[in-house]
Design a binder for this molecule. Structure first.
Ligand SMILES: Cc1cc2nc3c(=O)[nH]c(=O)nc-3n(C[C@H](O)[C@H](O)[C@H](O)COP(=O)(O)O)c2cc1C
Length: 178
């Protein structure tokens, strides 16, 4: 059975909801999945999985510090083991999926794309193929202004039930083709 790990960091629950629906979809698609908070991921080996998913909110168009620290730590230990190679040759069957929730008050999705690209680069350097990046518009919990008056308009209640259902279906379809 193919295996996926879904790593995520979430402070107000948006990214966690997305991660949970991804897991449901991937299980429906026949993958064995583990869902882990970044802070509880410990020493998992990315190379033990066919698909590594990592998700985080955008904080000032970056991943939050605990996510950056985690990825840097993993990267440095793989580097010491000689697994980071010039040219970053792709390792067949090793895939990564990046997901990032954001509220886009100022510049829309461009608030999130740099965070997603940044996370993806770690996997590219480790020889993984980044199969996709998902950006999910989400309520800015705790900020009425950012949830109603920003560039994306009223984003309260997002991701919606329908958004989460779509995420589940997309996750299922993604693993079915891996
Ligand atoms: C400190 C902080 C900084 C944020 N910076 C941004 C940002 O630069 N751009 C953006 O679109 N959303 C920003 N947000 C909104 C979050 O990315 C968004 O609400 C996200 O879905 C929260 O995820 P979570 O519920 O999983 O913690 C920020 C939120 C916080 C708390």
């Amino acid at each position: 059975m193919k295996k996926a790990v879904i790593l995520f960091w979430s402070n107000t629950g948006n990214t966690e909801k997305v991660a949970l629906h991804m897991q449901k979809g991937m299980e429906e698609g026949g993958f064995q999945t583990s869902l882990l908070k970044v802070q509880e991921a410990g020493d998992i080996d990315f190379y033990n999985f066919d698909l590594v998913c990592i998700g985080a909110p955008s904080y000032n168009w970056h991943p939050p510090k605990p996510v950056v620290d985690y990825l840097k730590g993993k990267f440095n230990s793989y580097k010491k083991e000689g697994r980071v190679k010039v040219n970053a040759p792709k390792i067949p069957g090793k895939n990564a999926l990046i997901f990032c929730t954001y509220s886009g008050p100022h510049t829309g999705i461009r608030e999130a794309v740099p965070a997603g690209k940044y996370m993806g680069q770690f996997f590219e350097h480790l020889g993984f193929t980044v199969v996709d990046e998902w950006y999910i518009l989400s309520e800015f919990h705790g900020s009425e202004e950012n949830s109603t008056l920003g560039r994306m308009g009223n984003i309260k209640g997002l991701p919606s039930k329908e958004d989460l259902e779509r995420i589940k279906e997309s996750a299922k379809n993604l693993v079915l083709r891996l």
